[in-house]
Write a protein that binds this ligand. Structure first.
Ligand code: S3P
Length: 178
């Protein structure tokens, strides 16, 4: 564990469709923490939706906004931070979050992810000729980043409530000895 860590927040990372939002809201409620979502922060800060930023300014511009948002979160306490699926692939984001948050990764197989996202249309990276192949490709590329989380939880066989309970338990364990 990094010696300069002070765990006062909880960050949820993981691929699109791993239920970060619904799990994050429940965890925040249980811990009596505030809930924030980096995509929502970007949207309210810019007055634009994520897919428009991707389309008009490109992915690199969106990733710069993500990094700025993560830097702003460094002064937070008692906050559950749900992050966009690609955010932890930027080392600056991972390093920054790790200083103040327990990092929990929600995991699911490409098949399960496809099942969960196939009827949704707001994710620009899945506007692809073959979204299932895109999910497999992105997930494989991101796996090494996701697996650096403090806690890795498979969400496939657990309900949102069970996943949230596990996370609350892990957070209490991680913060009780200090
Ligand atoms: C992205 C995931 C999205 C959003 C953007 C890019 C990604 O967030 O940040 O569309 O790169 O995986 P969710 O993981 O909340 O869908």
């Amino acid at each position: 564990m990094q010696s300069d860590r002070r765990i006062v927040n909880l960050a949820l990372i993981g691929f699109m469709g791993t239920a970060k939002t619904s799990v994050g809201r429940l965890v925040a409620e249980s811990l009596r923490f505030e809930y924030v979502d980096t995509d929502e922060m970007i949207q309210s800060g810019t007055g634009r939706i994520v897919s428009d930023i991707f389309k008009t300014d490109g992915e690199a511009a969106f990733r710069a906004l993500e990094e700025k948002t993560v830097a702003e979160l460094a002064s937070r306490v008692k906050t559950v931070i749900a992050t966009g699926g690609g955010l932890p692939t930027n080392l600056n984001n991972f390093t920054s979050l790790k200083k103040h948050a327990l990092i929990v990764c929600l995991w699911a197989s490409p098949e399960k992810i496809w099942e969960r996202v196939k009827n949704q249309s707001h994710r620009p990276l899945l506007h692809d000729e073959n979204p299932q192949a895109k999910i497999r490709e992105l997930l494989a590329a991101r796996e090494p980043f996701y697996k650096q989380a403090d806690v890795l939880l498979n969400t496939e066989l657990r309900s949102v409530r069970e996943v949230a309970q596990q996370i609350v338990h892990q957070f209490r364990l991680a913060t009780s000895s200090r």
